[in-house]
Structures are given as structure tokens and as C-alpha cells.
Ligand binder design. Sequence first.
Ligand code: NAD
Length: 358
Amino acid sequence: MENTSIFNGIVQYEHEQVMLCHDKHTGLKAIIAIHNTVLGPALGGTRMWQYANDAEALEDALRLSRGMTYKAAVAGLNLGGGKAVIIGDSRKDKSEAFMRRYGKFVNNLGGKYITAEDVGTTTKDMEYIHMETKHVAGIPESMGGSGDPSPFTAYGVYMGMKAAAKHKWGSDSLNGKKVSIQGVGHVGIHIIEHLTKEGATVYFTDIFEDKIKAVQKQFPSAIFVKPEEIYGLQVDIYAPSALGATINDETIPQLKCEIIAGCANNQLKDEVKHAQMLKERNILYAPDFLVNAGGLINVYSELNGYNRKRVMEQCEYIYTIAMNVFEEAESKNITTAQAANQLAEKRIQSIANNKLYI
Ligand code: NAD
């Protein structure tokens, strides 16, 4: 029997389980995707976004959850990969009842999936979800949680940028370097903080006026550019920090940077083709799931008795992992995305083999 279209992506990406959630009272429509639980429970944030259609939402959930498997594996965490998407406008459609109903769906999975914050959701939302389930991380510090993961994600990205600089230019100093950032939300603004502190020149863009104003107020030296201008800027480093799939056939020819290192998940529209195109253009790509693992490291710590010092050390270690990936890619003449994938797959396979024994 042929697969239906719903199963195509699930089979292609090798997902274990996908749950569709609906509630007529609150209007909730969500998809929870569990990719792989070999290393541990599937942890990944809940994204809320106005998708063009349901197929696009499913594709996003599948790609993002698969990315979480690789992210946890490469960061050395005992976690599997999962992700959820809520279909709707995060500025209008959310309410306490809406998020708590969603929390009940998460709870139904019995801990196989642990949720957290992502684009379109906040720590307040996690608080509502927590009223219905304990399988949520990134709850406010006042409730014993680790709070907003974004500063840790930003710190890890900054470490990844420095490692890339070291590999590319022989020095990890970003002083005097030009760095462009697409998206100055929760993470992007903290990346700017690290960069300006180190003396880099920052160019940034966003599509929301309030976000632009916040950066201009806090970092007056940062230079705003229009969204469509960000790809073609003559910079040293480009940091995609908004949504995924922005590195593609149309944008790669415009790029004039030497390094790509940002926090957005799934930056490459086609992981194989576009990683290869970047390699051919001699642009060093710091794999997104490697450099943006800081937030995951932070929420993981929450599950085991939160330890901020340990979290910072693990985020700093992203520098070392990234250096290893860049060197491996160079020595094997493969893309950095391939090298990072291989590192993750090797770890998952070796732990799966261990599970054969008591
Ligand atoms: P956010 O929603 O706070 O910020 C995203 C920003 O990008 C927003 O300000 C939005 O207006 C802007 N944006 C959207 N489309 C844009 C466009 N076309 N051009 C310019 N700006 C645009 O989200 P965030 O938490 O900062 O996360 C950003 C990215 O990093 C996402 O891809 C997310 O999945 C990823 N990520 C976040 C974390 C975390 O700790 N928050 C961890 C890992 C990965």
C-alpha cells in the first residue's frame, strides 16, 4: 500500500510519533512531532506561527524536531528530539485557556515529549502549560525553573562565531569585524550585546518596529538596514537569527560574508545542496543546531537540578565542538553540516548499541 501524503515526511525523516491536537473551545490547532528518543525524552520548544497551510506547519514540525535530535546529540545531552507547532497568531490567538489546553496534550504524552519556549511563545506561556503538566522546561526562575533560555543560546552562538573566526582567520577576536543579524528577537538582541562589547560593528534588521526600536535604544551604535538589504551586505559574519530556510538558491548568490553563524533553526533550505553551495563559495557555515544549542543546554539543566555555572561551561564548550567540526570537515573535504551530522549520528548509534546491554 502506498504512503498517504501525511506519512511522507514522517517516513522520510524517520519520526517515531506525530500527534495532531485540536480543541474547538479555544481554537487550538497544534502538531507535536517526536523524532527520536534513543538518547532520552524528546525535548524541543513550541513554536506559534501563522503558517500558510497545514502542510507547511507539519513540515516545520518535522524538520525542527529532527534538528533537535541532532542538536542534543552533538551537544552531548541525554535527550531526544521533538518539537511542536501551534498554528495561529501569537499576538492575538493566545489565552490562558488556550495554552493550558495545549499543556494537557503535552501531558498526555507522559513525558515522552518535554516542551519549552520558541518563536511565538514566552515564559508566561510555559507557566500556563506547567499548570497542566510537569513536562515543560524553561519555566520562570521564580517557579524553580531556568527562565528565558535566549541569553544562553546567544552566548553559544557567540562562542560558535568566535570558533569560526579562529578557524577562518587564525584569531577568534571579533573586534573590528562587521557582523549582520537578521532578526533581533529574544536571542538576536543578546548576540548584539556580546558583539558590541567586543567591539564589532553590528548591522541588523527586523520586520517589527518595536524590536528595531528596542535595539536602537539599547545599542545606539548598531546600524539598522531594511530586511531586503541584509543578505547583500559586505560583512565578515552573517547571523541568521529569525526563521529557517533563509539560506537558499536566491540568497546565497547575494552573500558577501565569509562566515555564517546565527541562532535560527534550519537555516539551510536544503541541508545538502545549500551547505555544498556555501562550501564552494568558501563561506564557512557554523551548523545552526551546533551553535544554537545553548538554550537547550539551559533547559536540560533544569531537568537535573539547575546549575547556571555548569550551563555556562557547557555553552562555552560549543567553541571546542565547533572547532572539531570545522577541522573534521576540512580534513575529510566534506561540508561542515555533514561533519556535524556525522558527529551526532555516531553518538546516537553508539548509545543505541550500548542499550543492547544491561
Ligand atoms: P523571536 O521571535 O524572539 O525573534 C525572531 C525575530 O525575527 C523577531 O523579532 C521577528 O520579528 C524577526 N523576523 C522574522 N522574520 C523576519 C524577517 N524576514 N526579516 C527580519 N526579521 C524577521 O525568536 P527567538 O527566540 O529570538 O529565536 C530566533 C531563532 O532562533 C528561531 O529560529 C528559533 O527557533 C531559534 N532558536 C531560538 C532559541 C532560544 O533560546 N530562543 C534557541 C535555539 C534556536
